[in-house]
Design a protein. Structure first.
Length: 201
């Protein structure tokens, strides 16, 4: 039995591609937060004292990773999606979503300029490679712990990494689903009936 994190697993699978493209091979959160700071500076003026502008960089990074994890690709989709998990204090208005999307756009441009992929960029790349047949699934049996906290993108990727006929055990507490999204297990490739867990292709 092999125990691994999703980030370590993805890195192992795409390491040759990262080197070929001369992309970062290690991810440092301090670097990501620095990119966020630069992106915020491009959107908010130094005199902007709004609540959103004063939010810490961690807030913006968490929101951007949430956007990527939900596979949201347009501002229109972001404005329409149900935003779960921030509570009444952290609710994001439509106006603020537009500003957050600008920060996200600048953040992506800064990543590209610095030859950097963050965690979700790496996962999205590997999923595309699997779907295109350029990478092959290799799990016969897979156990996903704390599955309720995984992003939609992450679960799709893990599902794609399981060989046809393979099995998946999802260990999840739906009552404590904290990843702040409302996807169904079926939408990410899993068919679950009661206490039975099965892999769906």
């Amino acid at each position: 039995m092999c125990v691994n994190t999703i980030d370590s697993l993805v890195y192992q699978k795409i390491k040759p591609e990262l080197k070929a493209r001369e992309l970062n091979t290690r991810i440092y959160e301090t670097q990501l937060l620095s990119f966020i700071e630069q992106a915020k500076a491009a959107v908010f003026s130094p005199e902007d004292d709004s609540k959103l502008a004063q939010k810490p960089n961690e807030f913006f990074l968490e929101e951007i990773l949430w956007i990527k994890g939900c596979e949201i690709t347009t501002l229109e989709a972001y404005q329409k999606v149900q935003r779960i998990g921030r509570g009444s204090v952290g609710r994001i208005t439509l106006e603020n979503r537009a500003k957050l999307w600008k920060v996200y756009t600048h953040y992506q441009q800064i990543l590209e300029a610095n030859k950097y992929w963050d965690y979700l960029d790496r996962q999205a790349y590997l999923l595309r490679e699997l779907q295109a047949g350029n990478q092959k699934p290799f799990f016969i049996h897979l156990t996903i712990d704390e599955a309720q906290d995984c992003a939609q993108l992450t679960l799709k990727l893990l599902n794609a990494l399981v060989c046809p006929g393979g099995t998946v055990l999802l260990v999840a507490d739906v009552a404590q689903k904290i990843y702040r999204n409302s996807f169904s297990w079926k939408s990410v490739g899993f068919t679950i009936k009661g206490r039975n867990r099965s892999h769906a292709h």
